[in-house]
Design a protein around this ligand. Structure first.
Ligand SMILES: [Zn+2]
Ligand SMILES: [Zn+2]
Length: 223
């Protein structure tokens, strides 16, 4: 089913992208939840892309922050299963879910806001442009395949079931995402325009998929 945000979700996310994303208490809750739930993390991406015409500075800053934390938790060289299982678990609920927002929520968003908030053109364009760069990071479990890389949630699930995912490979990939996100986020600053590549931009898609799950992205792409 194609992805569509409710009026309430659009209203909340509108204020979120207008600046409440930067408030310290919100930021702390985003740390605790590794972003938001899968629906709302991708909803945020849809809104950021639609309202800022792909100028995704806010999302880049948030996910650079989260992936640096993730890379730090992996401990670069010697990732330990116990540290990963406890560190990567969510310590709090999704901001929107906690406030009661879901696919049926009513809200005060006006018609123009709703039309733009449901427009998937920009996010699809960005995701398709960078697909060859992020496709290798898609979690196999999220899309119903046993093989492949693992997102945060399914990495923890594998460890909880006593499986032995290649933690070193995951640590390297997460570290690489953090590095590319730093370049991407920096490229929005004055004097740094044009310093990031398509691969750096792809790291934002990878980070959202890694933190929150991948299936919704394919609903957005309608594939
Ligand atoms: Zn949520
Ligand atoms: Zn997954």
């Amino acid at each position: 089913m194609t992805f569509m945000l409710s009026n309430g979700e659009i209203h909340f996310l509108w204020w979120f992208i207008q600046g409440s994303i930067m408030s310290p208490s919100t930021r702390e809750r985003l740390w605790k939840g590794w972003g938001m739930c899968e629906r709302h993390a991708w909803g945020f991406m849809v809104m950021e892309a639609a309202f800022h015409q792909g100028y995704m500075h806010g999302a880049a800053i948030l996910y650079e922050d989260l992936m640096c934390r993730a890379a730090h938790l992996f401990g670069a060289r010697w990732p330990k299963a116990w540290r990963i299982r406890s560190g990567f678990r969510e310590k709090g609920p999704c901001l929107l879910c906690e406030a009661g927002y879901g696919p049926q929520s009513r809200g005060a968003a006006g018609e123009k806001l709703v039309i733009t908030g449901r427009d998937l053109t920009e996010i699809r364009q960005m995701a398709r442009l960078t697909m060859q760069d992020w496709s290798g990071t898609v979690c196999g479990i999220c899309i119903g395949q046993e093989n492949g890389f693992r997102c945060r949630k399914h990495l923890i699930a594998d460890l909880a079931m006593g499986k032995r995912p290649n933690l070193e490979a995951h640590a390297r990939r997460v570290d690489d995402m953090a590095t590319r996100l730093r370049t991407y986020a920096c490229s929005f600053r004055y004097g740094f325009h044009g310093t990031s590549t398509r691969r750096d931009m792809a790291a934002l898609i990878e980070a959202v998929g890694w933190c929150s799950g991948w299936k919704t992205l394919f609903d957005i792409l309608d594939e």
